[in-house]
Design a protein around this ligand. Structure first.
Ligand code: ADP
Ligand code: MG
Length: 229
């Protein structure tokens, strides 16, 4: 599903040049659950953004579902992303002016799904995320754990094959963090591929495989014994 070949990313500003990623070769198969770890500033979010077609590599190739997408322009990236990739962020990134229902409905509106079907799908996913009793509330009226469950509902409502999560438990206490990890694990068991950035050893333990980044390079990869997964 995901294959990067000697992928590098260089950010240039007037004063400095930052090599955020340096010859990264990462392969992720459909159905895997991969954790990316490493110190702050080592390139984790940059890698996730490129995998998620929010940004392009500067050098190297990126194959997504067998297509070389590394040089796609923004319009084609958006097209490829729609319905295929769901995002979950540390800061939830919900739209404060929209209700829970309306936030989760957005991806379906972009996909031009008709209203009756949208209603069915949104209510169903909110039930699955244990937040069905909060559909008319606004994000600011919810706890952090509830907001993240809404964000996960929005990420999965269009049934994407891939979920990208950037420190999804970073703003949550341990109880809510574990609930979010259990939801991600359940989605993975049902077949969704997950690539998650995390600082937490506990969260990384939910993954099948851990990729360690340092200064923009993959330094180690470890795989859990499949018998233990
Ligand atoms: P991490 O998520 O591991 O903390 P990032 O991927 O956010 O790291 O950043 C990697 C490096 O690239 C850092 O040095 C950061 O300052 C730099 N960087 C990230 N995004 C940009 C950008 N848009 N412009 C310039 N530099 C950036
Ligand atoms: Mg980051």
């Amino acid at each position: 599903m995901i294959k990067t070949e000697n992928l590098s990313k260089i950010f240039r500003t007037e004063e400095v040049e930052t090599k955020a990623l340096n010859n990264v070769n990462l392969h992720v198969k459909e159905g895997e659950f991969v954790a990316i770890m490493g110190p702050s500033g080592c390139g984790k979010s940059t890698l996730l953004n490129i995998i998620g077609l929010l940004d392009n590599p500067s050098e190297g190739a990126y194959m997504f579902n067998g297509k070389e997408v590394g040089k796609y322009k923004e319009g084609s990236r958006t097209q490829e992303r729609k319905g295929n990739i769901g995002f979950v962020f540390q800061s939830f990134n919900l739209i404060d002016e929209l209700t829970v229902f309306e936030n989760v409905e957005l991806p379906l509106i972009y996909l031009k799904i008709k209203a009756s079907e949208r209603k069915r799908l949104v209510n169903e996913v909110l039930e699955r995320m244990n937040i069905g009793h909060r559909t008319k509330h606004f994000p600011q009226q919810l706890s952090g754990g509830q907001q993240q469950r809404v964000a996960i509902a929005r990420a999965v409502v269009a049934n994407p094959k891939l979920i990208l999560a950037d420190e999804p438990t970073g703003n949550l206490d341990s109880k809510n963090g574990m609930e979010v990890m259990d939801l991600l694990t359940e989605l993975n068991r049902q077949g969704t591929t997950i690539v998650m950035v995390t600082h937490s050893d506990r969260d990384a333990n939910y993954a099948h495989r851990i990729v360690n980044l340092f200064d923009g390079k993959i330094v180690t990869e470890s795989r859990k014994d499949p018998a233990l997964v």
